[in-house]
Ligand binder design. Structure first.
Ligand code: HEM
Length: 181
């Protein structure tokens, strides 16, 4: 997983829980990489998971909630680091439609070794937008946080129904968005 994700995670932890917490997580999770994360490096995504599990224990917040909150944080970071993706559409659903065939394609050009999920969408049912996440990594909670973050960016609230399944090593999360009244 790209270092950018790690550096943003540690900066969120620092902001919410203080610098000592970041040091404790790195010391106690004993990451194979040593934990001196830089935005341009690439690290095993398990190191992030290990830190989140430790943090969950320390602050008594469930792991999925922490990962979802990290998704909100990342959406804000992406909006400032990659403003062009947010400027070329004017609503949440048009943005989400472009993750797989445009945004992550550009991300792959910037970071050829990025490990990216696959997103498929279905907008054939009136009033419903279905987005299906699949990845070997199982970051459905991160996807949820990012979707919520993007909908906040465009100031469009949605009801989001979510269901999870697994096919072999693939984690699949289906999100159904509908406009909230
Ligand atoms: C401007 C918008 C976006 C940018 C620049 C972006 C960029 C990235 C980058 C750099 C990674 C890390 C790849 C790696 O670690 O190797 C990533 C992973 C990921 N992205 Fe995006 N992304 C964007 C929007 C989104 C949105 C809106 C979603 C969710 C609906 C999403 C879902 C994910 C997930 C869940 C991962 C984790 C990897 C995995 O689950 O396999 N991204 N993205």
């Amino acid at each position: 997983m790209k270092g950018l994700v790690f550096t943003e995670f540690t900066s969120m932890v620092e902001e919410k829980f203080g610098e000592d917490m970041v040091d404790d997580l790195i010391d106690e999770s004993e990451p194979e990489s040593g934990g001196a994360y830089t935005a341009v490096g690439t690290y095993n995504h398990q190191e992030l998971v290990d830190m989140v599990v430790l943090l969950s224990d320390k602050v008594s917040v469930p792991v999925p909630d922490l990962i979802r909150t990290f998704g909100h944080h990342l959406a804000v970071v992406f909006a400032s680091k990659f403003p062009e993706f947010f400027a070329e559409v004017d609503n949440t659903l048009d943005f989400l439609k472009k993750i797989d065939n445009h945004i992550h394609v550009e991300v792959r050009k910037l970071y050829p070794d990025a490990e990216l999920p696959v997103f498929k969408f279905d907008d054939s049912v009136e009033g419903e937008f279905k987005l299906v996440y699949s990845s070997e990594r199982g970051f459905g909670d991160l996807a949820l946080g990012l979707i919520e973050g993007v909908s906040k960016f465009f100031s469009e609230p949605f009801n989001i129904k979510r269901s999870d399944s697994q096919e072999g090593s693939l984690h699949i999360t289906e999100f159904v968005l509908s406009k909230s009244a």
